[in-house]
Structures are given as C-alpha cells and as structure tokens.
Design a protein around this ligand. Structure first.
Ligand code: PSU
Length: 303
C-alpha cells in the first residue's frame, strides 16, 4: 500500500526515531471548528516537545497520509461531509479517491502499515448503551484484538456502557492497562468506579509489555488508559446526569450508528457550556505526552 508522509515522519521512521500516530476523526467529528484545528496543532507540538514526531493520519483524495502538513490539517478541520473511516470502509474510500478521517480502528491499521507502534487519542469507541438490542459495538475493540499498536486513551468514552466494553475487551484478549492508578478512568472523569484490569506505572513497562505480547505470538495491541489531569477533570456526579440527558435526546431523535458518538459529544459540549471540550482537549494532550514517552522506550528495545 502506497502512502504519503511528511518529511519529518519519513526521516523519523527511516532513522528509528520515536513516532506517535494521531487520528483525524477527533478533528472532523469530535470537536467543533476552530478548537479542533487548535487542538490538532497543540497535540502535534506536545508530541514534539516530549521528544517524538507526530503523524496525524487521514485519507485525502484517495491517498493515505501518515503525517499531515499544516495546510492539510487546516483544510481537514474545516472540510464538510468528510467520511468517518473504520476498518470496513477505508479501502473503498481510498479506491474511489475519497476523503475520510480515520477513527481509532482505521488509524491503527494505517499506523501499523507505516511501522508506527504508538497512537494517542482521546477515548476509544466501545459498546454503546443499549447494545443488547442495537448491537452497536465499535470496530475499535476488534481492531485492538488484531493490530499490534499501543493505543493511549483516557478510558472508554463515558457515553458508552463501560462495564460491557471491558467485558468485550477481555473476551477479545485486549490488555486494558491504567496508568498510575487502580481505577479505570472514564474520559472526562479520572475514576469510572470500576477497577482497571491491569495497572502499570512506568512507560518503559508499557513498551516491554507490547514487545512481550509479540514474543508470545499474540496478535493485537494494548490499551493504555491515562486519567485526565486532576485540574481538568469533570467529576462523575457532575457529568453523569448530562450524559443521561444527551443519551435520551439521541434516542428520541433516533440517532444511530456512526452518528451517535459525534451527536453525544456535541450535545454534552452544549450542556456543559463548553467545559466538556476543555476537558477533552486537556486529556488528548495528556495522552500525547505519555504516548511520546512510550514511543521513546519502544525504539530503545530490540524489535
Ligand atoms: N476521542 C475523542 N473524540 C472522538 C474520538 C476519539 O476524544 O471523537 C473518535 C475516535 O475516532 C473513535 C470514535 O474511534 O470517536 C468512536 O466512534 P464510534 O463510537 O462510532 O465507533
């Protein structure tokens, strides 16, 4: 598969320098303009400041890009009707010359193709509430089970059914590792109220764990759940009723499939007067910094 890179990504990959993949759905479907563009730029700079090279991934006019120029980021952040690509639709988009933003699943596929082992996002997709009848389960979970990339998130988005998301991840054999605490974080909040299946306190251990999975012959990656910094968190008792209201509205308006997550994020943004977005930005930046550290540890290990 041919793909295009920026000069900094090309040089870093050629010289075994640490690279962190970043997704683009968060830009096109996760945040409003212009905060989406500002965040994309800040996150890239956070990765650089922490000693790694950022590679934001997207499909532009049929070409897979591993690393975007600032002009491309600017265009994407303002583009309308951009597809939200996952494993199922990425090939069709590329084959037909389309433009699409990559979700966690699609970003993992592209990162692996380019030899990038670490990817920072905000929150992964998972089992939606009511999935026992809708069967809405994000393809992100299956991707973690088969593609060997370490994904750093702030937990599953709290709009999801987190206990069921954990169950599915366990069934799929995906390690869920919280950073520096016993509780699983829940995106806007540091504590989901659930114990984390695994805990690690050092980026070096996270890097070794990824290598060890491969040494054991196990397919798939691992999920690092990095709690949002305390100063930026929205406690669970504050965010929970707001999530409940947004979910009720989604149901009443019959929002389905790929539209659910963007709808909920937008409504929660409105209902919190923008506070949810400030927290989302803070947690993505926090994840980018941790990802850069893990990427540095990984390049120091034998492949
Ligand atoms: N993290 C964020 N905001 C987002 C996402 C992640 O802070 O919008 C995106 C990711 O691309 C993830 C997607 O793959 O949300 C999940 O969408 P769904 O629930 O439809 O699978």
């Amino acid at each position: 598969m041919q793909f295009e890179t920026t000069v900094e990504v090309r040089e870093a990959l050629a010289n075994n320098q640490p690279v962190v993949a970043l997704e683009s759905t968060i830009i096109t479907h996760g945040m409003p303009y212009p905060q989406n563009l500002e965040t994309a730029r800040m996150v890239e700079d956070d990765v650089r400041a922490a000693g790694a090279v950022p590679a934001t991934i997207a499909v532009l006019n049929g070409t897979l890009h591993i690393g975007l120029t600032d002009a491309q980021l600017e265009d994407l952040a303002q583009a309308k009707n951009v597809a939200k690509l996952s494993r199922a639709d990425m090939a069709v988009c590329i084959a037909t010359g389309g433009t699409g933003a990559t979700t966690v699943a699609a970003t993992m596929i592209a990162a692996h193709l380019a030899g990038i082992e670490v990817f920072a996002t905000g929150g992964i997709g998972g089992v939606h509430r009511g999935a026992e009848s809708s069967m809405d389960i994000s393809a992100d979970l299956q991707e973690l089970a088969q593609t060997p990339v370490t994904v750093i998130c702030a937990g599953a988005k709290a709009i999801l059914d987190i206990p069921r998301t954990l169950e599915v991840l366990e069934t799929l054999g995906v390690p869920v590792i919280s950073y520096g605490q016993d509780a699983l974080p829940a995106f806007w909040s540091r504590d989901s109220g659930l114990a984390s299946p695994l805990r690690l306190d050092a980026p070096a251990d996270m890097a070794r764990a990824l290598r060890t999975r491969a040494d054991l012959g196990l397919a798939g990656g691992q999920l690092i759940a990095n709690p949002v910094p305390e100063a930026d968190e929205i406690p669970r008792d504050v965010i929970d009723p707001i999530i409940a209201q947004a979910l009720n509205e989604a149901e009443a308006q019959k929002i389905q499939a790929k539209a659910v997550t963007p709808f909920l994020l937008q409504r929660i943004f409105e209902l919190t007067d923008g506070r949810s977005l400030a927290t989302n930005i803070a947690l993505v930046r926090n994840n980018a910094r941790l990802a850069a550290k893990i990427a540095q540890e990984l390049v120091a290990l034998p492949k």
